[in-house]
Every structure is written in C-alpha cells, then in structure tokens.
Write a protein that binds this ligand. Structure first.
Ligand SMILES: C[S@@+](CC[C@H](N)C(=O)[O-])C[C@H]1O[C@@H](n2cnc3c(N)ncnc32)[C@H](O)[C@@H]1O
Length: 414
C-alpha cells in the first residue's frame, strides 16, 4: 500500500507515477509496458513506472492525496485527502524515481541470460552483461552516470523561444537552468576568420569552457551537447578536439561518443602534400571533422510528456553509426565564413530529441541549427555576437518559413 500526492500533469493527463524505489516493489519482474486494472478499469503501466487509465482523467485535482493498493487483479486507488503543502517536495522525489526506475529496468535486462565481457570478445552481444567491464579499473576517475538524479524541466519564457540573441553566449542569463534538451554547435575556430579574435590557445579554451559551463547549467538532466570541431595545422597538428573533450569532462559532462564527419570530395582540395610520393615528409590532408557527443549527468532522458520521436528506422540504423558522410556547405552561398550543412544539426536533432523539444546553438552563425530545428518541429534558441550574421540567420529562417507555408498551401489545394 502506498500513498502519494498527485502532480498537475498526472491529474490532467490521467496517470499516477507509482512512487516506489524499485519496480519490483509493485510489479515484480514483469516487463513494461503492461496491461493491468485500476479500480477494475483497464489500465497500463509504462516504462517510466506510470500507471495510466482513462478512469483517472480529470478525477482528482492537483495536490490530492491518494492511496494506491496492489490487488490481485491490478490496483485500487482512493482519495484520502488533500496535501498541497507537500506537493513541491513530492514532485522532486517523484522525478528521482523516474531515473531509478529506468536504471532498474536496465539492470533487469542485464540480469537476463546473455553474453558478457570476455577475453576474446562476445559474438552478437545480445543482452550483453558488461558490468564487469564498467567496474574495471579503467573507469576509475572517469565521470560516471548519476543514478539518483532529480529530473527537473523548467519552462523557457515563450518570448525567448525561436529567437537569436545578439550577444556572447558566455552568459545566457535569459535561460533558466534545466530548460534545454539539446545543444548543437560549431564553435569559432580561432583561425583568423572575420569573427575570430586571435586568442592564445589558453584564452580560446577559456572562452569555450565558459560557454559550455553555461550549456551544462541550462541543459536538462540527460540533455545532450554536440560539438562540431575540426583540428588545425600540420607543423605541428593542433588536436583541438582532444582539449575540448578534456574540458567537457572537467565541466562534468559524460561522453557518449564521437562521430567522424567524412566530408569526402567536398573538403577543400588541399595540395599540401608535404613531400610528394616520398617518405621524407608526407602530410595528412584532413577530409574529416568531429562531432563530439556528451550528456549531462545521465545517458537517458525521460519522455515525461509523451512527445513524439521523429526518426525513421532507416535513419536510426544509419545515423547511430559513428561515421557520417555528407558534403560541406558553401560559405559563399550562405554568406558566412564557416556554415555547417543542415544535414549535421538535422541528424543530431532527430537522433537526440523529441518533437517540441528546445535546441540551443550558442554560436549560431548563419542560423543553420535554427532551420534544422524548425524543419523537425522543434524550437530553437541561438546566440551570436555579430549583428550581420544574426541578420543573415533571420533572413534564412524567414525564407525557410515562407517556403514551408507555400508547400503546406500547395499540399492543401491538391
Ligand atoms: C563556426 S561559426 C558557426 C556557424 C554556424 N554553425 C552556421 O552554420 O552558420 C561560429 C560563430 O560563432 C560566433 N561567435 C564567436 N564568439 C561568440 C560568442 N562569444 N558568443 C556567441 N557567438 C560567438 C561567430 O561570430 C561565428 O558566427
């Protein structure tokens, strides 16, 4: 028997988030989602431990205290009073359960008979138990997932959604903490482009560290941060991506992986061979860039509002691979010295966010991330210090929106 105070969303949408530490406390080892009964009406338990039933819809007001009892054929819920004063406290506690529920789901999956880490690798890795590997000393000192986090999502003022702020993203005071679902960006490279400031490496790293600390603050738990970066120079080569990884880990991000973006023949056709067909000093000509992918505090992110995934099966199969191939964007066509192609933010947005999520680009440039967000029915927020680029971005966004509404009109009239 359990008691809980219902949240606003629970009462309006018709569910109860089952307040237990471990799923087995209430439903044992059965797999979710599963069907059950609530006060003899048909109900469903989803994978976040929420008990849904149309019986509940509009039945209680937010702040109502209910008692939930496990019966042989399902559950029984009854109102036992109002407890609004406890509401904020309970809301936070409940959010923590979402994550513990999620990790207990993962633990159950691992416990099922499957492969495990072995000296010769494991074929197939189905239901793979990798706990031995993750407990190994290799992981000592590497930030690990925070198990008992509280998932809080703060609302961004409506006025700030779909907007580019013409200011430095070192401070994003407009954004509340825990409000952004994904950051996608390509930072300035400090290589003498119009907007570059000829920083020393340390000054450059300080700028990025400050911006990414702000990004960490504004991301929701489990929110993702994707940084597109290329390495520089040859004599010697400057591996910017390794320093960015180090700085992101120092800030507290968890690293999820890195994508090699193969620009193929669209990469600037460098003829800096070093020594032609001779081992004296041949140099590598980069035709790739990196997309470094991080998470805040946890790897998974609950979908509490049942938002829609928009990635197709084919896209998921292809884009979850760590090498992506598509051409670079033409700077002269866009009017910005270093735009990335729309394909880059588009894939990340579809892979890492749900519809109506909020995507931040703290170095917005010509607005490519904003267009990708609109195209996928997400919101954007951007920061850009150069007014002229904000103008270019806003023009591109307007053109995209009018092309989109033209298309809708012509579909409608067919
Ligand atoms: C590599 S470009 C981004 C290009 C962008 N992805 C696009 O597709 O157009 C980096 C941008 O960051 C801007 N920038 C540099 N420092 C900044 C800062 N402190 N805050 C906000 N924007 C900044 C530059 O003006 C430049 O437009």
């Amino acid at each position: 028997m359990l008691e809980k105070i219902l949240g606003k969303m629970e009462t309006s949408k018709g569910f109860i988030h089952i307040p237990v530490r471990e799923r087995k406390d209430l439903i044992g080892d059965i797999s979710v989602p599963c069907k059950t009964l609530l006060n003899t009406e048909i109900a469903r338990i989803d994978s976040y431990g929420r008990l849904w039933s149309s019986f509940l819809k509009g039945k209680f007001s937010a702040g109502s205290k209910v008692r939930l009892t496990r019966k042989e054929d399902g559950f029984q819920v009854e109102l036992i009073g109002n407890g609004y004063e406890n509401y904020e406290k309970i809301k936070k506690k409940d959010a923590a359960f979402i994550n513990s529920w999620d990790s207990s789901k993962q633990r159950t999956q691992i416990r099922k008979k499957g492969t495990c880490t072995s000296s010769f690798g494991s074929p197939g890795r189905f239901g793979h138990d990798s706990s031995k590997f993750y407990k190994s000393r290799l992981y000592e000192g590497i930030p690990s997932e925070i198990k008992e986090t509280v998932y809080v999502e703060n609302e961004i003022p409506q006025d700030y959604l779909n907007r580019i702020f013409c200011k430095s993203s070192e401070r994003m005071d407009e954004l509340p903490e825990n409000s952004i679902h994904l950051m996608v960006t390509s930072p300035p490279y400090n290589v003498g482009k119009d907007y570059d400031k000829n920083f020393s490496l340390e000054e450059y790293r300080n700028l990025l560290r400050q911006v990414f600390k702000e990004v960490y603050r504004v991301l929701v738990t489990g929110g993702r941060a994707c940084v597109n970066i290329a390495n520089l120079g040859r004599k010697p080569y400057i591996p910017l991506h390794t320093w960015i990884i180090q700085d992101m880990l120092d800030i507290g991000f968890l690293m999820r992986g890195e994508i090699i973006w193969d620009k193929g023949s669209s990469a600037a056709a460098s003829t800096a061979w070093g020594s032609w067909c001779s081992a004296t000093n041949p140099t590598l000509r980069d035709v790739h860039e990196y997309i470094l992918v991080f998470s805040k505090d946890t790897f998974s992110r609950p979908n509490l509002k049942d938002k829609k995934n928009t990635i197709t099966r084919e896209e998921f199969l292809e884009w979850s691979k760590s090498v992506w191939s598509f051409p670079a964007e033409s700077a002269s066509k866009i009017g910005h010295p270093a735009p990335f192609p729309i394909e880059l933010p588009l894939r990340l947005i579809k892979l890492y966010t749900f519809e109506k999520d909020v995507v931040l680009d703290p170095f917005m440039g010509s607005g490519t991330t904003a267009i990708a967000a609109l195209q996928t029915n997400r919101h954007y927020i951007g920061y850009e210090i150069i007014k002229e680029y904000v103008g270019i971005a806003e023009k591109r966004i307007k053109e995209f929106q009018s092309a989109q509404s033209q298309m809708k009109l012509s579909n409608f009239s067919v």
